[in-house]
Structure formats: C-alpha cells, structure tokens
Write a protein that binds this ligand. Structure first.
Ligand SMILES: Cc1cc2nc3c(=O)[nH]c(=O)nc-3n(C[C@H](O)[C@H](O)[C@H](O)COP(=O)(O)OP(=O)(O)OC[C@H]3O[C@@H](n4cnc5c(N)ncnc54)[C@H](O)[C@@H]3O)c2cc1C
Length: 402
C-alpha cells in the first residue's frame, strides 16, 4: 500500500468534504473511519445559505436541495403572540435554510469523494497520531502504522487525534440538559421552523419534510434529570404542551435522548504536520444549527491551502508554509464568533456544577466581532459564476448556465 499525501481521520461531513477538496486538486487522500457502515444518524439538519453556495461551487447543492425542504421563515410564539422571522436572505441565491438529515449530506459527500478517487477505509480506528505524520490504526485486519505528508483530525468532539497531540480543548459544559426527540404531530407545519418561548424554556421544531419533526426542547423543569434516565413520549408530550401553552398533538416518537451541550475550542489547530478541523476543533450548542456548517467551511478553507504544500513536496523548493499556517488563525477567527453566538443558548448557569463566571465559561474573547460561521478565506466566484465541474483527480471550469 503506497502512502497517500494526506490521511484524513473521520468520515463525518468535515472529513469527507476535506478529502474531496484535496482530491479535486490531484492530492491523494485516504479517509480512515472507525464506523463499519455509513451513518443513518441525524444530528445536523439545517444547512445555511453560505454552505449551499459553497456546495454549489462543486455541483453538490442541487442534489442536496432535491432531498430536503426549504424553510423560509421561523415562527417564534411567545404565549399568545406569534411573530415571523424571515430567512429569505436577499443577498443569497439560496434565500432559505435547507432542512435535510445529516446522514443524507454525508452520503452525498461520500459518493462524491469516491468519484474523485478518495479511498475511504471503514472499520479503521485511529489509536494514535504523531506530529511527523505517522498514524497507528486498529483494523480492519489488525494493527498497523501508516504515514502521510499531512494528517487531518476530523474525528469529532472526542477527537483521538487532538488527544494524541496533547492539544487542550478549552471551554465548559453547560450545567443543564436539553431534550431531543423525533416526533409525528397531528398538525405538522412542513414549511416553517416552529418555536415556542415560555417561562419554562424554549422549544424549536424544524420539520424533516416527511411528516416527522425534530423537537429541541430546553425545559427548565426537566433540565437536571440524569442523562441516562430514559426519555419517553409522555414526558416529551408534557414538556411540549406546557412550553407551547397548548396540546401539539404528539402522535408518535421514533427517537429521543437527553443531551448536554458543551462549548469548547482546541487550543491549537495545527501541530507539526497534523491539523484539526470541524468538531475536533470547535463545538457549541446546537442552537442556530451552525456546527456542521462551520465544519464544511473549515474543510473548504483548509483544502485549497493544504493542496499547495502537498504538491510542493513533489517539487522541492516550491512550498512556503504561509498558506496552510494562515488557516489556523483564519478558521479559529471564524469559529470563535460562531461558538460565542451559539453559546447564548441555553443560557449557562454559573455555580458549583458549572463555570463560576461568564469569562470562565467562554474561551472566546467577549469583544470578538460577530459573524455567522460563514466568513471564510476561500476564493469565491463573483456573478456570473464559474461552475467547477469535477472529474477524477482534476477540475475543469465551465461557465455557469444562466
Ligand atoms: C442534536 C444536534 C443537532 C445538531 N444540529 C445541527 C444543525 O442543524 N446544523 C449544523 O450545522 N450542525 C448541527 N449539529 C452539529 C453537527 O452534527 C456537527 O457539528 C457535525 O457532525 C460535525 O462534523 P464532523 O465531521 O466535524 O464530526 P462528526 O460528525 O462527529 O464526525 C466524526 C467522524 O470521525 C469518526 N471517528 C471518531 N473517532 C475516530 C477514530 N479514532 N478513528 C477513526 N474514525 C473516528 C466518527 O465515527 C465520525 O464518523 C448538531 C449537533 C447535535 C448534537
């Protein structure tokens, strides 16, 4: 087996996107994934306008749009008062939030990666990584060490890569739980994210478009129930009716969990030949649906920059480390405000089980300018755009059809 230019650890959305960004520039890439099968888990469900614009540059927005539903407004209800928040960003050609299960986004990216020649090895658990680019792996078929010019840890919040490097993950755990459940309601609203804000907490309900909705519930009365206590349909139904102020008609539940959010950021995004991206580098509350979006944008940013030194190792004297090193400060600068704004909910509690002060709770400077996780140092097309058509190992540019 020949050494690839890059080993990506983790076939989540970040790892798959990064692998395709490298492969389309002719960089050989191997993705190591501990799961034996593709995921059917839905964590992320919201894809924002900026991410769709980036996916469109790779001809991937269309296929994803076909599988999701476009939500053009959010309707928060405060007791008897209901308001409408428009998501129709006039400046984007995707003036909505796309609701699509994370598993479908991952499946699309995996197919695209394979088309570009990326090798995805499933059942391969990375147990250690060194700064020189060597990786120890368990399975499939035993234990071994592999090498690459660069290694990228896209292995999620509990990143083994980050731990192997000894990089800290500064931040805090919220002191309260939220409830998550996939439900069928008597009267689902398929076009809007329904939101209820009451004295006891907040409910957010994005629709999946197939009759199911995801309920994200912060219920002050249930926030300290132990995480391992089963969450049944009666408890979810009771919380929803109390917070919404009316019976929402819960008919069926296919999945539920109690979830405790964290907000953390890696102390370094790069050590030697090893980088971190996506949840391995930053996590925050699911409110705002920013996590996967930020990871995909990390991947776009790191991909084109890392391609340069990878090529340079084949042409001695060509490479200077400036671009890939710049990524560290850029994607940290981008992730920080995302983490800060997403951390606004649920409001943290300070005290014995949580951080003692807001400063301790947030690793991000309070003065950080606000932005959505969309600012990104990546060359973007101006309208009329050039669409990039991808073929195995090379990219060909053609004008975008009107
Ligand atoms: C309830 C909830 C709702 C959310 N909703 C949204 C949303 O609407 N929009 C949004 O943008 N984000 C959302 N997020 C966040 C989003 O799910 C994550 O940010 C996203 O999955 C991160 O992608 P990733 O590829 O960086 O990491 P992951 O998706 O965690 O993928 C990491 C991969 O690495 C693999 N792996 C781990 N360790 C190893 C190892 N040692 N060796 C090999 N492989 C390994 C894992 O099996 C996994 O496949 C939500 C999160 C939660 C919990």
């Amino acid at each position: 087996m020949t050494d690839p230019d890059v080993i990506v650890v983790g076939a989540g959305p970040t790892g798959l996107m990064l692998a395709t960004e490298l492969a389309m520039r002719g960089i050989t890439c191997r993705v190591l994934e501990q799961r034996a099968h593709e995921s059917n888990l839905t964590r992320a469900f919201g894809v924002h306008a900026r991410t769709l614009e980036l996916l469109d540059m790779r001809d991937l927005a269309g296929p994803l749009l076909d599988q999701g539903i476009k939500v053009e407004e959010i309707r928060p209800t405060f007791g008897p008062t209901s308001i409408r928040l428009s998501m129709r960003h006039p400046e984007s050609r995707y003036p909505f939030v796309l609701i699509v299960p994370q598993a479908r986004t991952e499946a699309l990216l995996a197919e695209h990666a394979r088309d570009l020649g990326v090798e995805i090895v499933r059942g391969a658990t990375v147990t250690g990584v060194r700064q020189d680019g060597s990786v120890t792996i368990e399975g499939p078929g035993g234990r071994r060490t592999e090498r690459a010019q660069f290694v990228i840890g896209c292995d999620g919040a509990h990143s083994q890569v980050r731990q192997s490097l000894g990089v800290g993950f500064s931040g805090a755990t919220y002191s309260t739980n939220i409830l998550l459940a996939d439900l069928r309601l008597a009267d689902p609203d398929e076009r809007a994210v329904r939101t209820f804000v009451g004295r006891d907490g907040v409910v957010l309900m994005p629709p999946f478009g197939d009759g199911w909705v995801r309920a994200v519930v912060w219920d002050r009365r249930r926030e300290n129930v132990p995480l391992d206590e089963p969450l049944g349909i009666e408890e979810v139904g009771e919380s929803l009716s109390r917070l919404a102020g009316r019976d929402l008609g819960v008919r069926e539940m296919r999945w539920s969990t109690r979830f405790r959010s964290e907000r953390r950021q890696a102390d370094a995004y790069r050590k030697g030949r090893v980088f971190l991206a996506g949840d391995a580098a930053h996590i925050h509350s699911p409110l705002g649906a920013l996590g996967m979006n930020t990871g995909l944008q990390d991947a776009m940013n790191l991909g084109w920059k890392l391609a340069a030194p990878c090529r340079a190792t084949r042409r001695p004297g060509y490479w200077t480390p400036t671009k890939a090193s710049a990524t560290r400060s850029e994607h940290r600068r981008c992730a920080s405000p995302t983490c800060s704004s997403a951390s606004a909910w649920p409001p943290p509690r300070y005290g014995p089980s949580g951080p003692s002060s807001p400063e301790e709770c947030s690793p991000y400077p309070r003065s950080t300018p606000r932005c959505v996780g969309a600012s990104l140092a990546c060359p973007l097309p101006t309208r009329p755009a050039t669409r990039t058509t991808l073929t195995r190992g090379r990219a060909a540019a053609s004008p975008t059809p009107a």
